[in-house]
Write a protein that binds this ligand. Structure first.
Ligand code: FEO
Length: 396
């Protein structure tokens, strides 16, 4: 079996998941997911996180391919989410004397998830764990992506074991390092991973990047996706841009429509935006496209125009789910437009305007609401809404 080396004594022992359809049972994985784990083989042996539990056979085989019968001294738990901690019980069964390394927020979770409370070594910011030639230094990065999350910096080689930070969706199909693969494939999967999983914690990501900025990082070994050694700027600049809510000129239009009246309004608005020279326009039917992709595009583009048919005096259910998610994520600094239609009593636009109040984005034009099919006066208002959005985009 191949041994995949990050440095003389440091190995990749992760696995690819091409079976799971939905990460966290929610986010689509059309290109799968890699659960990365690493092994440092020095005077002491340290395993950096584990993998999702169903991969234990392959995972143990990867470890033993490098270690043979040698024991593992430390399991460093940078992150407790079960896509990384899931194999802990199996690791303990195989290596009963292993010591768990984590911070004060790690160990209550370790006990809650796996009823483990023995053999623990608590570390705090800046603490060091010597392994021989190599040494690990620890820094907490709370809420990137859970409260206990930390990173481990291997000083000898400048390797940052960065937990979820700087990860991507997508399996590692042969290429493990950034210079062994075509990065354009990962661009979209990286953005979707960041926005879906970590995006709610953008301010925390900014704080984490600030905290780690003094380290001489030569390689980034995240828990998902490629290992970054030749293009660390590629991943760092993108995470910096997205977590600071920097957007491009463009508009995402999303609608929920039963019989096509609200959809028609979306098409009119989209066409007028194009007439006005807006090149990046994405129109989504909220019933067809998973939130994962829509949210990723909302992080990308400054404008968001959302339309809803009335449904039992409320928003259309798939639009309601989307705007609720956006609100929970606390995405900042967008331009907003609202439209919709109804048959007798309304409810779509009215509730979208509650969303507008809550999210506090700038509303570029008054809400456009039609009764039944689109007619001349509301057609003109759709044009005016598009013009107002195009004007504000140009001013930005
Ligand atoms: Fe990849 Fe937050 O776990």
């Amino acid at each position: 079996m191949h041994q995949i080396k990050l440095a003389d004594d440091i190995f990749y022992v992760g696995v690819n998941d091409r079976k799971t359809h939905l990460f966290e049972n929610y986010w689509p994985l059309p290109h799968g997911m890699a659960y990365n784990s690493y092994l440092i083989v020095d005077e002491k042996v340290a395993l950096m996180d584990t993998v999702e539990r169903t991969f234990i056979d392959e995972y143990l085989s990867n470890i033993k391919n490098i270690l043979g019968d040698r024991k593992i001294d430390y399991l460093v738990i940078n992150h407790m989410e079960p896509d990384h901690s899931g194999a802990i019980r199996s690791i303990v069964a195989e290596y009963p004397d292993i010591t768990f390394v984590g911070n004060k927020k790690t160990f209550p979770m370790l006990e809650n998830f796996y009823q483990i409370k023995e053999n623990i070594l608590e570390v705090a910011d800046g603490d060091e764990l010597p392994l021989g030639k190599n040494a690990l230094q620890f820094y907490t990065i709370p809420m990137v992506h859970w409260p206990e999350t930390m990173v481990s910096f291997e000083k000898n080689n400048g390797i940052l074991f960065s937990a979820d930070a700087f990860g991507t969706f997508g399996t590692l199909d042969g290429g493990i390092f950034d210079d062994e693969l075509n990065l354009s494939f990962y661009e979209e999967e990286m953005m979707r991973y960041f926005t879906n999983i970590v995006g709610k914690y953008s301010p925390h990501t900014q704080r984490a990047m600030q905290k780690l900025s003094g380290l001489d990082i030569k390689m980034i070994a995240a828990l998902h996706g490629p290992i970054w050694r030749s293009h660390t700027d590629y991943v760092l600049s993108r995470y910096d841009k997205w977590s600071s809510y920097k957007t491009e000129e463009g508009v995402v239009i999303v609608y929920g429509s039963m019989y096509g009246n609200t959809e028609k309004m979306a098409d009119v608005i989209a066409r007028q935006l194009a007439v006005r020279g807006v090149k990046n326009i994405r129109v989504y039917d909220a019933s067809k496209t998973h939130q994962s992709y829509i949210i990723s595009d909302i992080f990308k583009y400054k404008g968001f125009i959302v339309g809803s048919a009335a449904y039992n005096n409320e928003m259309f259910p798939t639009v309601e789910a989307l705007v609720t998610k956006i609100e929970h994520m606390g995405i900042k600094d967008h331009l907003l437009g609202v439209f919709g239609s109804f048959s007798w009593n309304g409810g779509g636009v009215k509730n979208l305007m509650k969303f507008a109040e809550n999210i506090k984005w700038e509303v570029v034009y008054e809400p456009v609401e039609e009764k039944g099919a689109l007619k001349a006066d509301k057609f003109q208002m759709c044009i005016d809404l598009a013009n107002a959005m195009a004007d504000r985009l140009r001013e930005e």
